[in-house]
Design a binder for this molecule. Structure first.
Ligand SMILES: [Zn+2]
Length: 384
């Protein structure tokens, strides 16, 4: 592979690359027979949060359900309280540490959602911080506004609280975010205990009018019809999909909406019911994989671990899983023309793994075999 100014100029057999006029004077990096992949594109993360929820992890192990914990003010609302109380400096330090970890596992692009603020000032605090982080460190950050994550505590005691909170999202948060160009995408958590399909439609239709592209948290806890809504609205992706039915699978297969699967979430919660990846692939849907990095349901930045889960639990082949975590994920972020594969003209984002065969990347689990990560032609991580 020959790289100039962060772009791939030539790629293929050594004889072809060396024929290129610039090859002689290029600085050579010998990766010693290791496997080179496109950098992972993590298309679903909740990057910015203030703290772990390890105490809830233990409660869940002892038998409390995710929804029970949420009803008692734990879950997402727990993260909201902590984020509102945290300073931007604290949040920034935590996020910068995490972004370095992402690079150490071969990830070069991450989508990042707001959604732990849930008031105008706190949602803006997250999105402004994402903009600063994008400018100050090498990993590309794609911003998504998730004001409609859940209804915050102060609205729950009011009559029609959820509907009033949706008014706040639509009338006050969205216009500010659009004015400041703080997000490319708008997401809604449409499920039991979060927002209805009607509320999701309202937020996403309004976001579209403002030029944001919709995406959806869909059919994780119950089947709500959110997948059909995502297809109807031309969403870039609908994510989770543990509860989808045959008709949803066919609707996705006929659409350009990416089915983004998040097996880390099911694994961490100890759920046995994974999304039907094989049925989606066989029907012809576009399948992506992401970490869903967040403190409550998927505390990992490791895409290689997600590949292991995709292979063993979702029965995806190693090649399908790698495509889902690179080019298909880039497509889900409207970046497939520039990222997600190693081709002439594309950005030189790649990761080198200490293995002899790409299948060993998911085969080993819970191990980090990433040896080097390159973003835009620059080394951003090197083992030892
Ligand atoms: Zn999520």
């Amino acid at each position: 592979m020959l790289v100039r100014d962060g772009k791939i100029v030539s790629i293929g057999p050594i004889s072809r690359v060396e024929e290129h006029s610039e090859a002689n004077k290029a600085e050579k990096i010998d990766v010693g027979g290791r496997v080179v992949l496109p950098g992972f594109v993590d298309s679903h993360t909740h990057l910015i949060h203030a703290a772990t929820r390890a105490e809830e992890y233990e409660l869940k192990i002892r038998g409390a359900s995710y929804e029970e914990i949420a009803r008692k003010g734990g879950g997402i609302l727990n993260s909201v309280r902590k984020l509102r109380a945290a300073t931007t400096t604290e949040l920034k330090y935590r996020a910068l540490t995490t972004l370095k970890e992402f690079a150490g596992y071969g990830t070069t692009t991450v989508e990042a959602k707001s959604g732990y603020g849930l008031d105008v000032a706190s949602e803006l605090k997250i999105l402004f911080l994402q903009r600063d982080l994008a400018a100050e460190q090498p990993i590309e950050i794609v911003s998504t506004f998730l004001g409609a994550h859940v209804t915050p505590a102060e609205y729950r005691s009011r009559s029609n609280g959820a509907a009033r909170y949706v008014d706040l999202v639509v009338d006050h948060m969205l216009p500010e975010i659009v004015n400041e160009h703080l997000a490319e995408f708008c997401d809604v958590f449409c499920d039991r205990g979060a927002f209805t399909r009607g509320q999701a439609r309202r937020v996403l239709s309004e976001a579209k009018l403002h030029g944001l592209t919709p995406r959806l948290h869909a059919e994780q806890l119950t089947r709500t019809g959110a997948t059909r809504l995502a297809v109807e609205l031309g969403a870039a992706s609908c994510d989770h999909l543990e509860q989808i039915n045959r008709a949803d699978i066919l609707a996705l297969a006929k659409s350009r909406t990416v089915a983004t699967l998040l097996p880390g979430c099911d694994f961490h919660l100890g759920w046995k019911h994974y999304a039907p990846a094989r049925k989606l692939i066989e029907a012809g849907a576009i399948v992506a994989l992401a970490t869903d990095y967040n403190p409550g349901t998927s505390p990992t930045v490791s895409m290689p671990m997600i590949l292991s889960l995709a292979c063993t639990q979702l029965r995806m082949t190693p090649a399908e899983a790698i495509a889902a975590a690179t080019i298909n994920a880039a497509y889900a972020l409207n970046r497939a023309a520039r990222l997600g594969s190693l081709e002439t003209g594309k950005q030189a984002d790649f990761a080198v793994f200490e293995v002899e065969d790409y299948r060993e990347i998911p085969y080993y689990f819970g191990m980090n075999l990433c040896w080097m990560t390159v973003k835009d032609g620059e080394i951003i991580y090197m083992k030892d």
